[in-house]
Design a protein around this ligand. Structure first.
Ligand code: SF4
Length: 224
């Protein structure tokens, strides 16, 4: 069992949580719109993910070979050194909410918040699945495109190695390597005792899914 496909995962959306993140007061008219959109999204969204349990074949100074694929990245080499197995993963909020005509959202803000929230929950469910099923404790992940030394074009090799990403989850790649549906993520999940958090090295400062503050000192130490 080296490949696991999780389809139609629960969205776990809660109007109150989204309202809090969007600073929407319960008495405002917009709250009712949000509540309706959340109800529709919960009904139509089809988030999903694929995990692939793969071998770490070789780790050099600034590269790692995983599942036969060579990735040039010093950060990855540091993270995977000493590990025998890791997971490749891809996850998506699905395209149903963004494509929906049922949700009345002229600006697109509601749909963006809802789909980013669905993706966050999907990531959470994926991590829980990995720790509960495989007994790992301190798991961390890294994503192509969030670090200067593992750019977005690595998605081509990563998604090809995972396989069936278009057929199973409807994900496609732009010529540069960005995924569609936009609210999708990919990367490598690995065990890590030192508390590595990809977010602390990611300069996407507006990201609503951020789980650790940007660490400028560490970033400069590694990349400058
Ligand atoms: S800050 Fe956002 S984009 Fe950057 S690694 Fe964290 S979750 Fe991903």
């Amino acid at each position: 069992m080296d490949r696991i496909v999780l389809k139609n995962m629960a969205t776990k959306l809660k109007t109150e949580d989204l309202a809090k993140r969007m600073h929407i007061h319960k008495d405002s008219d917009f709250y009712d719109e949000l509540e309706e959109a959340v109800e529709i999204a919960g009904r139509i969204a089809r988030p999903g993910a694929i995990l692939k349990w793969v071998d770490v074949n070789e780790v050099g100074e600034d590269y790692a070979v995983v599942d036969g694929v060579k990735f040039e990245s010093k950060v990855m080499a540091n993270n995977l050194r000493g590990l025998k197995k890791v997971f490749f993963f891809v996850a998506t909020a699905g395209g149903e909410v963004q494509d929906s005509r049922e949700i009345d959202d002229e600006t697109g803000v509601l749909k963006d918040m809802i789909t980013s929230s669905i993706l966050m929950h999907t990531y959470g469910a994926l991590m829980s699945y990995v720790t509960e099923t495989f007994g790992g404790h301190n798991v961390a992940f890294m994503n192509p495109g969030s670090l200067p030394d593992w750019d977005i074009s690595n998605n081509f090799a990563l998604l090809e190695a995972i396989g069936g990403v278009g057929e199973e989850l409807g994900i496609t790649l732009s010529p540069a390597g960005y995924m569609k549906p936009f609210q999708s993520g990919s990367g490598i999940i690995f065990t890590n005792e030192s508390g590595y958090t990809n977010c602390s090295l990611c300069k996407n400062l507006d990201c609503v899914g951020r789980r650790a503050a940007f660490d400028e000192e560490e970033y400069n130490k590694i990349f400058n």
